[in-house]
Every structure is written in structure tokens, then in C-alpha cells.
Design a binder for this molecule. Structure first.
Ligand code: PLP
Length: 394
């Protein structure tokens, strides 16, 4: 008898975590591996946030909170959305959950019926397709090519919509490409969403990591009508270097937020109370550490981008946000005798001792993702190693 549910039969583990585990195993054997797989900032959580967490525990705030989040945290999020994004929400339009990842999981559970389609731009964050499938939905992929800056166009979106389409996911700044949709591009996409009456899931987790003077713009800012069909998903993991605290949230129509909260009340209950208090401080406290971390990422990017571009057969667009580079390595693979990016990345790991994430997990199988959430010294050494590896096989 098969004891497993059908829904897990096609479930694949996160490719990001797989290579990281392999790199860790090599490190344990004493091999000096440089990991460029990281999906998290390499800074400590700022001290004022740690202090707020400790303070809340000492005051005895260690019990359950409402399933959808502490009122004081919802207010801090409401203030943040107003201050940073010029978006006005009420408390019943906010849910706090266990990281943006689980917020997205809950969202798809709430909006999808069996067979409903969700449009996912390629290259995508690994968890979107799996989460959609776990909710009974069907991922429909639309390719944002390198020539298009790894973004989809409104025409592509229109062509992909069917009678079963429920939503489109927009992740800007993007993991893995680091690209950002301009206000005009978002307006065109939103127009299609309105014309076709579909929801917009706007994953803005990398909002604070934008470079070259670019300002983040949320698609929900376009108009009240667009806001009404958009669920903004965000969190403090990347902005405040709080990945392990597991706090994320959604802001959107109360008709969607309410069942998400009800579902959370039967699955997670509230996100960890201490982490919620820490997040209150993250949003209400001083924001200078957020900017300092952003600047550190930007200066690394400025140094490392030309070096990665100079590796033979690597074609890489300059990212505008997040902390990833996504070189297209088709030419490098062709010249070094690898026919899949998984094999190429595996060889880079075992022969050059650098862990990179193959783009096959992002729907972009001629690319690989290099995270620059590590020190400049290690980054430069990693690039030297990859460069030497490619040249030795050319
Ligand atoms: N969305 C994207 C695009 C991400 O890259 C990540 C984290 O890797 C998340 C959401 C999830 O963030 P959290 O740590 O808040 O669950």
C-alpha cells in the first residue's frame, strides 16, 4: 500500500538547498569550498532588533498572539506600507505569517481550486511552482528572456491567460535575475490583469535591495483598482537580515486575508511571538542599518560584476536589485564540454570548489545563480576559481 499522498509524488526539494548541502558536506571533509549559493544576507540582525526581542521576552511576552499577528505589529506594517510605498491598508487587510514563503503557501491554498492556473514568469523563484501545485493549481510558465531583461511583457501575459487563470506572480526585484520592472512595465501588466480579471501576487521581499539610484515601486501603487486585485507579499528577511526569524506578511483585500488568517489559525497559529516583537522594532526603529547593508551589497556588485562578465562564455546582465548575478553560461558550457548546467555546476563545485546554483531550478537551464551575499574577498577568490576552471577546459 502506498502510504504517501499523491500531492507529494511530484514534489522536488528546493534546488537551492540541495547544492548548499553538498557544499557543506565537502567543507566537512576539509575542502575549502566557497559558497555562492546563499539566499540570505551575511550580516547579523541589527542590535536594536535583538534588544527588542530580548526585552519582549523579559517582559513575559512569550505567549500566543492572534493567529494573523500582533495588533502592534500589524500597525507597524501598516505604517511601513504607508511610509515606504504610499499604500494605505487597514488591520483586517494584513496577515503576519511564518516568513514570506509560508505566506505565499497560504495564499495559494486560499485562492486556488483544482486546475486553476497561475502565471509564473521564467526565471522564477524555486518555490512558486511547487506551492501552486500543492494547492491543486497549475503553473503556466512565461519566459522572460535575457533579451527582455528576464522580464515578461504585457503581450506575453495576455497570450498566456486562459479562462482558468487565477493570478500572475510578479517578483520585483527578482530572485534569481535581480531585475526590476519599471513603473511603465508594471502599468502594462496591471492593465492586462484588469482586462482579464486576474489577481496579481506581488512578491516584494527584495524591495530594500535596489541599486544605482533606482527606487522600488509596488504595482499596488498604480491605482485603487490595481491595489484591490493585488496581494503584496513582503517581509524582513532580506531587508533587515532576519531570515531565521521567519516573519513575512501579506497586504491585500480583506476577503482574501480573512481566509488566510483562518487557515493559519489551524496550521501555524501565530508566527513566533518573540520574532513578531523583533519585527515591530525592525519597522518602527531606526532604518540606517538597512541602508548600510544595501550599500555593502551595491559596492560588492560594482566590484564583482565586471569580473564575472569577463569570464569566457559568461553573459550577464547587470542586476538592479537583490543580491544575485545570473550569468547565461550556454557558450561557456558549449566550449568546455558540459551539456547541462547541473553537470557544469557540479563540476564547478568539485573541481573549482565554488558552490553555485544551477538555473535549471529556476526554469532557466542555461544560467546559474551566484549570490554576492558573502565577503568581497571570498567573492573575488570564487570568481578567480571559476575563471581558471573555465579557461582550463576551453
Ligand atoms: N520570495 C522570494 C523571491 C525569495 O527569494 C524568498 C527567500 O528566499 C522568499 C520569498 C521567502 O522569504 P522568507 O524568508 O520571508 O520566507
Amino acid at each position: 500500500k502506498n502510504l504517501l499522498a499523491n500531492r507529494v509524488k511530484t514534489l522536488t526539494p528546493s534546488s537551492t538547498l540541495a547544492i548548499t548541502a553538498k557544499a557543506k558536506a565537502l567543507k566537512e571533509q576539509g575542502i575549502d569550498v566557497i559558497g555562492l549559493g546563499a539566499g540570505e544576507p551575511d550580516f547579523n540582525t541589527p542590535q536594536n532588533i535583538l534588544n527588542a526581542a530580548i526585552d519582549s521576552m523579559e517582559k513575559g511576552f512569550t505567549k500566543y498572539t492572534p493567529a494573523g499577528g500582533l495588533p502592534v505589529l500589524k500597525q507597524a506594517i501598516i505604517d511601513k506600507l504607508q511610509r515606504d510605498n504610499n499604500l494605505t491598508y487597514k488591520a483586517n487587510e494584513i496577515i503576519v505569517g511564518v516568513g514570506a514563503k509560508h505566506i505565499l503557501y497560504t495564499l495559494f491554498q486560499v485562492i486556488l481550486n483544482e486546475g486553476d492556473e497561475v502565471i509564473i514568469p521564467i526565471p522564477y523563484w524555486v518555490s512558486y511552482p511547487e506551492q501552486v501545485k500543492l494547492a491543486g493549481g497549475v503553473p503556466v510558465y512565461v519566459e522572460g528572456t535575457r533579451e527582455q531583461g528576464y522580464k515578461i511583457t504585457a503581450d506575453q501575459l495576455r497570450a498566456a491567460v486562459t479562462g482558468k487563470t487565477k493570478a500572475v506572480i510578479i517578483n520585483s526585484p527578482s530572485n534569481p535575475s535581480g531585475m526590476i520592472y519599471s513603473r511603465e512595465e508594471l502599468a502594462e501588466i496591471a492593465a492586462v490583469a484588469e482586462e482579464k480579471d486576474i489577481l496579481i501576487v506581488s512578491d516584494e521581499i527584495y524591495e530594500k535591495l535596489v541599486y544605482n539610484g533606482i527606487e522600488h515601486f509596488s504595482i499596488a501603487q498604480l491605482s485603487a483598482a490595481v491595489k484591490a486585485r493585488t496581494i503584496v507579499v513582503n517581509g524582513v528577511a532580506k531587508s533587515h537580515s532576519m531570515t531565521g526569524w521567519r516573519i513575512g506578511y501579506a497586504a491585500g483585500n480583506a476577503d482574501i486575508i480573512k481566509p488566510m488568517t483562518d487557515l493559519a489559525s489551524h496550521s501555524t497559529s501565530n508566527a513566533t511571538t518573540t520574532a513578531q516583537y523583533a519585527t515591530v522594532e525592525a519597522y518602527n526603529g531606526p532604518q540606517d542599518t538597512v541602508e548600510e547593508m544595501r550599500q555593502a551589497f551595491e559596492s560588492r556588485l560594482e566590484k564583482i560584476y565586471p569580473q564575472v562578465s569577463a569570464i569566457p562564455g559568461f553573459h550577464v546582465l547587470k542586476p538592479q536589485g537583490a543580491f544575485y548575478l545570473l550569468p547565461d553560461v550556454a557558450e561557456a558550457m558549449a566550449h568546455t564540454g558540459y551539456d547541462s548546467v547541473d553537470a557544469f555546476a557540479a563540476a564547478i563545485l568539485t573541481e573549482a570548489n565554488v558552490a553555485v546554483i544551477p538555473g535549471s531550478g529556476f526554469g532557466a537551464p542555461t544560467t546559474m545563480r551566484l549570490s554576492y551575499a558573502t565577503s568581497l574577498e571570498l567573492l573575488e577568490e570564487a570568481v578567480r576559481r571559476i575563471d581558471a576552471f573555465v579557461k582550463s577546459k576551453w
